[in-house]
Design a protein around this ligand. Structure first.
Ligand code: UD1
Ligand code: MG
Length: 451
């Protein structure tokens, strides 16, 4: 069956209390809309139409950066879900298959559920997706069933007390032939408690025309809609639980799973150990058999087999750690390629730099990569020893087998096997310390007396 996705994403999301359009709020560092797009993409849709409204340009940018073929339509006024779907009419005028309607604020739909909807379409003209709510809530339309047959959907606001007690509720997602859907939508009115054009009205309209409708059931967690920051936090928590369980099942050790924060695209290999309180920002891959120690923060980086990171390390975008590297406590790296077996163990900043194999970077080393206007590169060779508290003023390079003395400010390239020393000469003045202490103690005593 050829499929077109229509994703509704025009709503303002008033209850988010935000300048950011609702569907762009992230779950696990990825906009909700993109989660919905990825779920739908599993069906290999022929077309994807995104209905935008509030923050249309921003939403369009996010959508097309995920899928450049996505078609964007604009719903100027948000007059209801049926009106939103109607905006996709022109984009699908020559389309002949089924439409699947998704919501941009319902990010967790399981692609297998969408497949079940498509299967149910073989026996019914209109397939809605519903779920049983654990607790009766003053939201969600109620699905009025007669056996397998869906009779109508009644919005909570318009429902009788008896209907409000029904737990089988509408997710809003549906599958229907494109032409049939737009014909039904044409007949939708706005004579209801909200004065909106309800998409849900198409069920009664379909039945009145002798078409068949049903509702299939999915898990409540899949249709978790996000309307507020509290919903957003709950959705993120739900995502985290699932993603952690997936890693555990793949053979990753999480010492305290509930304290590890993952992104939607985090990849971790088998037998890697992740200690408590680690944050994975977007774009992180960790190979098998690495160790990420407690309180580390990683984003946009690659960690190879056998590497040990942290505790308290910060790996920023562009960090590439080769096998068996060590990044220790209070070390920050950015756009840095650290070759096999190299170590940066303590209190350092390594940015816009490459570090050769087996090189040791001493405590407190800084690559001075920024001159206030431009960024510059530092190149350090293999088997180098960078002494503690070395400042590498980029652009600069240190050749293979070279050394820098502790406290050196490196402003010129260091040739291979050379020792670079640049620091003030030390002068020890005999007896001076004792005199100084006595002077200071006497001063303190005078002051205390005076007070
Ligand atoms: C809708 C359903 C309700 C269902 C619930 C599930 C209707 C009338 N009601 O109610 O039965 O239980 O979803 O979450 O369909 N949108 C637009 N343009 C509009 C209006 C909405 O794009 O003019 C988008 C929103 O951005 C959102 C989705 O459609 O992604 C649903 O809209 P929302 O206002 O949240 O509908 P609910 O009142 O939750
Ligand atoms: Mg809603």
């Amino acid at each position: 069956m050829t499929i077109a996705l229509v994703i509704l994403a025009a709503g303002k999301g008033t209850r988010m209390n935000s300048d950011t359009p609702k569907v762009l709020h992230p779950i696990a560092q990825t906009p909700m809309l993109v989660h919905a797009m990825r779920a739908g993409a599993v069906l290999s849709p022929e077309r994807t139409v995104i209905v935008t409204g509030h923050g249309s340009e921003e939403v369009a940018r996010a959508a097309t950066s995920e899928d450049e073929a996505a078609q964007i339509v604009v719903q100027k006024e948000q007059l209801g879900t049926a009106h939103a779907v109607a905006q996709a009419r022109d984009a699908l005028a020559d389309f002949d298959g089924d439409v699947i309607i998704l919501y941009g604020d319902t990010p967790f739909i399981d692609p297998r559920t969408l497949e079940r909807m498509i299967e149910a379409r073989a026996s019914f003209d209109l397939v809605m997706l519903g779920f049983d709510i654990a607790e009766v809530q003053p939201r969600y339309g109620r699905l009025i069933m007669d056996g397998e047959k869906l009779v109508e959907i009644v919005e909570y606001k318009d429902a009788t007390e008896e209907q409000r007690a029904i737990r089988f509720t509408n997710s809003g997602l549906l599958a229907c032939n494109t032409k049939v859907l737009f014909e039904l939508i044409d007949a939708v009115g706005n004579d209801n408690a909200s004065g909106e054009y309800y998409l849900t009205e198409i069920v009664a309209l379909a039945n009145a025309r002798g078409l068949s409708a049903t509702a299939i059931k999915c898990d409540e967690a899949e249709t978790l809609g996000v309307d507020s920051r509290a919903d957003l936090a709950a959705a993120d928590a739900e995502f985290q639980t699932r993603a952690r369980n997936e890693l555990l099942a793949l053979g990753v050790t999480l010492m305290a799973p509930e304290t590890v924060y993952l992104s939607a695209d985090t990849i971790v290999g088998r037998d890697t150990v992740i200690e408590p309180n680690v944050v994975f920002g977007p774009g992180v891959t960790v190979e098998s058999g690495a160790t990420i120690r407690a309180f580390s923060h990683l984003e946009g980086c690659h960690v190879s087999r056998g590497a040990i990171v942290g505790p308290y390390a910060r790996l920023r975008p562009g960090t590439e750690l080769a096998e068996n590297t060590r990044i220790g406590n209070f070390v920050e790296t950015k756009n840095a390629q650290i070759a096999e077996g190299a170590k940066v163990n303590h209190l350092s900043y390594v940015g816009d730099a490459s570090v050769g194999a087996s090189t040791n970077i001493g405590a407190g080393t800084i690559t001075c990569n920024y001159d206030g206007v431009m960024k510059h590169q530092t190149t350090i060779g293999e088997n180098v020893f960078i002494g503690s508290n070395t400042m590498l003023v980029a652009p600069v390079s240190v050749g293979d087998g070279a050394m820098t003395a502790t406290g050196t400010v490196v402003t010129r390239d260091v040739e291979p096997d050379a020792l670079a020393v640049a620091r003030a000469k030390q002068d020890n003045k005999p007896g001076y310390a004792r005199k100084l202490f006595e002077m200071l103690k006497a001063k303190k005593a005078r002051r205390n007396k005076g007070a």
